[in-house]
Ligand binder design. Sequence first.
Ligand code: SAM
Length: 205
Amino acid sequence: MNWDERYQAGETPWEKGAPAPPLIEWLRKRGALEGEVLVPGCGHGHDVRAIAAASPKSTVVGIDISATALKEALRYSSVGREVFQSADIFALPQSLQCRFDWVFEHTCFCAIQPEQRLNYVKMAVSALKPEGQLLAIFFLNPWDPEDEIPEGGGPPFGVTKAELENLFHPHFSLIEEFKPTTAFPGREGREIVRLLRKIRVGVSA
Ligand SMILES: C[S@@+](CC[C@H](N)C(=O)[O-])C[C@H]1O[C@@H](n2cnc3c(N)ncnc32)[C@H](O)[C@@H]1O
């Protein structure tokens, strides 16, 4: 089943009807994400609207490969300068390249096949302006010990901090990392928030 078929069938356990609690925590404490913001794999757009509401001067672009998810996202009233666009994160149109001050990651990285992770990093690098920032909520371990892990391990696919460092460090410097104090039920203690800044080409970390 592909992503659009999952939305059509209503098989969307990740869809919580609300923005990610760690994102709300961030926006309350730190305020707006200023500038242009990209949200890859935005689904129904709850995170996009939360960022747009907290960042009235910012354009927030939610992209997804599923037309059904985007149709649902567009059913909500506008809360700020948010827009939704159909796009494949692995084939970003030129209009979305080298444009963003922020990329916000939540449950897109854990949804893609692990062998595509380097391409995710390249997507974030190409979307961001020089020194743009990636604010990410990474799902470290999506499974309970008693869960029957699906064949192939997911999605969602967990990740270790060492893997994150290997993948992102050649292109980003780590500004900040913390465990969020709030989470969707069942995700407590399993997520990590990382703020990364794109390294300017020719400047080492
Ligand atoms: C686990 S869902 C999370 C959705 C949303 N972030 C949320 O938390 O509700 C992963 C999302 O990524 C989208 N997606 C998967 N592969 C994609 C790709 N190559 N390009 C764009 N979106 C993609 C799916 O359609 C789906 O909406």
